[in-house]
Design a binder for this molecule. Structure first.
Ligand SMILES: NC(=O)c1ccc[n+]([C@@H]2O[C@H](COP(=O)([O-])OP(=O)(O)OC[C@H]3O[C@@H](n4cnc5c(N)ncnc54)[C@H](OP(=O)(O)O)[C@@H]3O)[C@@H](O)[C@H]2O)c1
Length: 323
């Protein structure tokens, strides 16, 4: 199999195309021929810093280091005991370093059955590949930790910081689907995009402190920070008495420390994709209630270029790599 990998864990080393032995799926495992890979900021962050780099170094396979989590493709082999998938099935999923698996920047991945969900024929495989980390994180932030659910009575006011980014766009739409009033923070150039996704109010961070502007719409039941540079205390000051502040972003040492010692109203999140977590996202894309923006599609061999674009912090949709 082919993969884009670093030969070692050394920070700054380039990704290069490597040939690796094609793994056979063991008990409970499924081998997938990858057709599209979603790029996430964690893919480039873990090459040089961050808590997931440490976890992957401790728990992941030995180098070469294949980064990446998101993938979609077609099952090409199943191990003993697999009951839910057969060769030929279209699937989406996320690799998991903590299970000793290589990343998804490859033409082949092997994962356990519970890491996959079927993709209906009506859903484009590149759109499916855009969902795992961004979609699961957005849904966990809004529905699971944020407790914004249509059937739940009470306050449903949500503030999304970074509403034009991959996670922010999905969080905004999921909150709208759950019946919330949503204010989105973005720059002026992305205001139309954020309105188009259903935001009830748009706050331009270029016009002054967005958290001060947000006071006009407070109190919020949920403030989701998808940027990482907003003050935790400032976010909590906007909350209703039972409100929550969810920290999606933030991986410099100060932000990690804030996550570890955060008051109970603030929660860090790890959007680890599983089949069950992907199920409602795939369904929402299939019934067209959730839109996924793809900013650019590049060949897998252009992974360095994709990381350069993602690092810019200016994307308004997903970058997709094609093996
Ligand atoms: N905890 C987890 O499990 C988890 C999962 C996924 C992602 N993350 C983290 O969450 C962050 C976002 O990920 P992503 O994939 O959504 O990134 P992304 O798509 O690259 O986000 C880029 C967007 O952020 C906006 N932005 C930048 N600075 C901003 C500011 N000060 N205020 C408002 N918007 C701003 C940019 O808009 P402008 O160009 O207009 O500024 C751009 O549209 C990353 O740090 C990522 O590592 C964490």
């Amino acid at each position: 199999m082919k993969a884009m990998a670093q030969r070692t864990w050394k920070a700054g080393e380039r990704l290069e195309l490597v040939e690796l032995p094609t793994p056979e799926p063991r008990k409970g495992e499924v081998r997938v021929g990858v057709q599209a890979i979603g790029v996430n900021p964690v893919d480039w962050k873990m090459r040089s810093y961050g808590p997931l780099r440490l976890a992957a170094r401790l728990l992941g396979p030995k180098p070469p280091v294949v980064v990446g989590v998101d993938f979609a493709g077609v099952v090409d082999a199943v191990g003993p005991g697999v009951v839910g998938f057969s060769p030929g099935d279209r699937v989406v999923g996320g690799t998991d370093f903590s299970r000793g698996q290589r990343g998804s920047y490859a033409d082949t991945v092997v994962v356990r059955e519970d890491q996959l969900w079927p993709v209906p024929d009506s859903v484009d495989i590149a759109v499916a590949a855009a969902l795992p980390v961004s979609g699961v994180t957005a849904r966990m932030a809004v529905v699971d930790l944020g407790r914004i659910r249509r059937e739940r009575p009470g306050d449903r006011r949500v503030l999304v910081l970074g509403a034009s980014g991959a996670v922010g766009q999905l969080a905004l739409q999921i909150a709208k689907l759950e019946g919330a009033f949503v204010a989105g923070v973005c720059s002026a150039k992305n205001a139309d995009l954020v309105v188009g996704l259903g935001a009830d109010a748009v706050l331009d961070y270029g016009r002054g402190d967005a958290l001060v502007q947000a006071r006009a719409h407070a109190p919020f039941h949920l403030v989701i920070d998808c940027v990482g540079s907003y003050s935790g205390a400032g976010c909590r000051a906007l909350l209703s008495s039972r409100g929550r502040h969810i920290m999606v972003a933030g991986d410099d040492p100060a932000a990690v420390a804030q996550m570890l010692v955060a008051p109970s109203r603030s929660r860090g999140i790890l959007g680890r994709p599983t089949g069950r977590r992907l199920e409602p996202l795939v369904a929402a894309v299939a019934d067209r209630s959730l839109q996924v923006a793809i900013a650019r599609t590049l060949p897998l061999t252009a992974a360095e270029e994709a990381h350069r674009l993602s690092r810019s912090g200016r994307m308004t949709g997903k970058l997709i790599l094609l093996p």
